[in-house]
Design a binder for this molecule. Structure first.
Ligand SMILES: Cc1cc2nc3c(=O)[nH]c(=O)nc-3n(C[C@H](O)[C@H](O)[C@H](O)COP(=O)(O)OP(=O)(O)OC[C@H]3O[C@@H](n4cnc5c(N)ncnc54)[C@H](O)[C@@H]3O)c2cc1C
Length: 405
């Protein structure tokens, strides 16, 4: 077993780190100032994107690209340490065209889009010209169980009519957002197979009847690109916008969520590393009762536990990525569920310790810690709550120990 990254990945890590230090970090304060004022600073982002693309730091996340598709063609295992570096600055993934929810959408469009869908939606996404969102979660349905989704997709000749209400549609207010992949009930017969009743359809956001009602703040943070409540009121799109086969929404959701979940975990490890660095720096500088905080054994315990937890989680994530590369996304389903729970819980624990070391300052926006804590907390819901993932892990474990009757 070799724990070293491949030489080509080391080379990319160096280039990406240099790019982050030379170009992204110097733009961070200006980006945050605009974001806190509720504006999305395209004027900061677009030149950085052009530069990253020119340097080949582009679409790093997507394995199996076709020859005419722009990107770096890395495996999940190779991508993991790069996503970790991007994760350190929460907005930076977009600079490299590696941000959610586009990455997941590109994955499923890449797998299932028809040639016209590729031309209209996938290709501009891969070039970074537009952005996209995914609308699964609904206020009136327990969306961790998508069989309960109520939004309807009704065929009307060669059109589909969508009616319903979604929320937490991330990115719907991004100035470049052009479409949402909406999941809804396309077979409204109650007796139909509950896992074959839903479809996904591409809905351009400027279609009449699509209304963004509000941008939901996540605890205290408010993102200018939005986690939005969106109403679909008799929204009519061509039936050719259905993604994959009608009725296969569940299969598409699974194909989409595997890679999306592991990417969140990779970025989260980078955020925990950044928090640990800040915690150590503060503990080494700050004096209370005549000693540096770093000299108190409880602070040393927090630092040691954080180091050990990050290293364990990173290995766990790398193993899941390796399994996806080796045997396909489906085969790593249990591991992906396990790392999703492990990493999101770790993030709030480590951020909580770092905040404690900083004193009250840790709760303000003078450090990224409070924001990163809320992000860790949100990750316990994003792409499925902990309990649903625990259930996947427990069922796999129980299957191993099932005895013949
Ligand atoms: C910041 C953020 C961004 C998001 N972005 C998007 C997005 O872009 N698009 C999108 O569609 N959604 C998005 N979501 C929504 C997210 O995917 C859902 O919140 C999640 O799937 C859970 O659905 P729910 O909120 O309806 O919770 P519910 O399904 O109502 O579940 C509530 C609670 O019930 C419990 N529970 C559920 N099932 C079980 C079980 N089997 N066993 C035990 N307990 C259980 C859990 O404790 C769970 O937390 C986002 C969420 C956040 C916070």
């Amino acid at each position: 077993m070799d724990f070293a990254y491949a030489p080509a990945v080391e080379e990319l890590r160096k280039r990406l780190t240099a790019f982050m230090e030379a170009r992204v970090l110097p733009a961070d304060a200006a980006f945050l100032k605009e974001a806190h004022a509720g504006r999305f600073p395209l004027e900061i982002l677009e030149p950085l994107k052009a530069r990253a693309k020119a340097e080949g730091l582009w679409n790093l996340f997507i394995p199996g690209l076709k020859p005419d598709e722009p990107g770096t063609r890395l495996t999940n295992l190779e991508y993991a340490p790069l996503a970790e570096i991007m994760g350190r600055v929460f907005w930076s993934s977009e600079v490299f065209n590696c941000s959610a929810p586009d990455t997941g959408n590109m994955e499923i469009l890449h797998l299932f889009a028809t040639p016209p869908q590729r031309g209209q939606w996938l290709n501009p996404l891969m070039r970074g010209e537009i952005r996209s969102c995914i609308g699964i979660t609904e206020p009136d349905a327990a969306s961790s169980d998508p069989t309960t989704l109520q939004t309807t997709i009704t065929r009307d000749g060669d059109r589909c009519v969508i009616n319903g209400r979604k929320w937490f549609t991330s990115g719907a207010l991004h100035p470049n957002a052009k479409f949402c992949i909406v999941m809804g009930l396309s077979d409204q017969r109650p007796e139909a197979d509950p896992h074959a009743r839903h479809s996904m359809v591409i809905v351009p956001l400027d279609t009449p009847g699509v209304r963004i009602i509000r941008n939901l703040p996540i605890m205290q943070h408010y993102s200018p690109e939005g986690h939005c409540e969106v109403v679909y009121d008799n929204v009519s799109v061509p039936a050719a916008n259905i993604l994959g086969e009608e009725g296969n929404g569940f299969a598409l959701a699974q194909a989409r969520l595997g890679p999306g979940r592991i990417h969140h975990c990779m970025r989260s490890i980078g955020q925990c590393e950044a928090a640990l660095e800040l915690m150590c720096a503060r503990a080494s500088d700050r004096k209370a009762f005549g000693r540096n905080l770093a000299e108190y054994s409880n602070v040393q315990d927090w630092i040691a536990e954080s180091r050990m937890e990050i290293d364990q989680a990173r290995l766990y994530v790398l193993r899941a990525a390796w399994m996806m590369d080796l045997h396909g996304n489906k085969s790593a389903r249990t591991e992906v569920s396990a790392i999703k729970v492990t990493v999101s819980r770790m993030q709030t624990r480590i951020l909580d310790r770092a905040i404690q070391v900083f004193g009250a300052k840790g709760l303000t926006n003078d450090t990224p810690l409070a924001f990163l804590w809320t992000w860790g907390r949100a990750l316990r819901f994003i792409d499925g709550p902990d309990e649903v993932h625990n259930r996947v892990v427990a069922r796999a474990e129980l299957r191993k120990h099932r005895r013949p009757a």
